[in-house]
Design a protein. Structure first.
Length: 337
């Protein structure tokens, strides 16, 4: 039995020792479902690693018995962008993060706002006079495009880029469809960003400057623009309530309620309009409103104060919100109200 050759169930591997230099934090990773045959060779070996907070290019050192070799990690593997000449201002794995402030907006206030900020930078060495890069926010809808820029600044390295979309930019291609340019399900607008640098005395490009024009001017030495856009996400533009087709609910032969047919999201403000039908002679009516938990009656507004006087009583309870409206006419009967 002792003369029988025994074989290990584990595959052979190249016994190389690795060491990472010029990095504040680094460690090797192990795959959860590691393939044992991946490194089952005496010629090659692959190991994933994570490098954090490296101000100068890290160096990987490998030793095998009396032999050793080292290799500097290329910059393009570590940096988010290569548009900055002063690389010692940033750690090699810094990133630009983004946050869309409002992912749903109305067509009557089509303003897009996106927050940009830096992660991975060593803020202990921050200098207030340091010139941080610019970020251009690009909004794309079919073949239309708008852009706006802001400069990262301050002790937190952040900025907010704003885009106020023009009504004509949201319009459709045909004049007949212009009044219905924003459908009830909303219009998605894709958002991207570009990082670029400017000189110390230069400002970021104005919002009117198009990104396509900047790409064509790459030969301009005063500004370096990255040709690659990174996607942020999308914003959905919904029609404002005054442009929606309204649904009608008849309470009786005299009163009808008009309201928007689209679903209501948490945080939305919805307007319900109360109308008299035709030339109704009604001079007084009482309307009671009961809203479920989470909904509140914010206010009551009279469109014609010369015709009607309204007394309202609202109670916001633990389970329901109720409102009682007593409407009294003190003017002549008119056809439109």
């Amino acid at each position: 039995m002792d003369s029988i050759q025994r074989f290990s169930s584990l595959p052979v591997y190249l016994p190389v020792n690795y060491n990472v230099c010029n990095a504040e934090v680094s460690f090797f990773l192990k795959e959860v479902n590691q393939d044992l045959t991946k490194n089952s060779s005496l010629q090659t070996r692959t190991e994933p690693l994570f490098i954090y907070k490296a101000k100068i290019p890290p160096v990987i050192n490998a030793t095998y018995g009396p032999y050793s070799a080292e290799q500097t990690v290329p910059k393009h593997l570590m940096m988010t962008a290569s548009t900055f000449s002063s690389t010692n201002k940033f750690t090699f794995n810094w990133q630009i993060k983004s946050h869309i402030i409002e992912s749903s907006i109305n067509s009557n206030k089509p303003k897009i706002q996106t927050l940009f900020y830096i992660t991975g930078k060593d803020w202990n060495d921050y200098n207030p006079s340091e010139i941080l890069p610019c970020v251009r926010l690009v909004a794309l809808l079919e073949n239309r495009e708008m852009s706006s820029s802001c400069r990262l600044k301050g002790s937190l390295g952040l900025c907010v880029a704003e885009l106020e979309l023009l009504p004509s930019w949201l319009g459709t291609s045909s004049a007949e469809d212009q009044k219905d340019s924003v459908p009830s399900q909303g219009v998605p607008v894709e958002l991207h960003h570009i990082i670029y640098s400017t000189g110390e005395d230069e400002e970021c490009l104005s919002p009117e400057t198009k990104w396509t024009n900047n790409i064509q001017s790459e030969t301009d030495s005063t500004q370096k623009v990255s040709p690659q856009m990174e996607r942020i996400g999308s914003v959905v533009i919904y029609p404002s309530q005054n442009t929606l087709r309204m649904s009608v609910l008849r309470l009786d032969t005299n009163i009808q309620i008009r309201f928007p047919p689209s679903p209501v999201k948490v945080g939305d403000t919805v307007t319900f309009s109360v109308y008299l039908v035709g030339a109704s002679p009604t001079h007084q009516l009482t309307l009671r409103v009961k809203a479920a938990l989470g909904a509140k009656v914010l206010s009551v507004r009279v469109t014609d104060t010369e015709q009607w006087k309204v007394q309202s009583q609202m109670e916001n309870g633990d389970k329901y919100t109720t409102a009682t409206l007593v409407c009294v006419r003190h003017g002549p009967v008119v056809q439109s109200r």
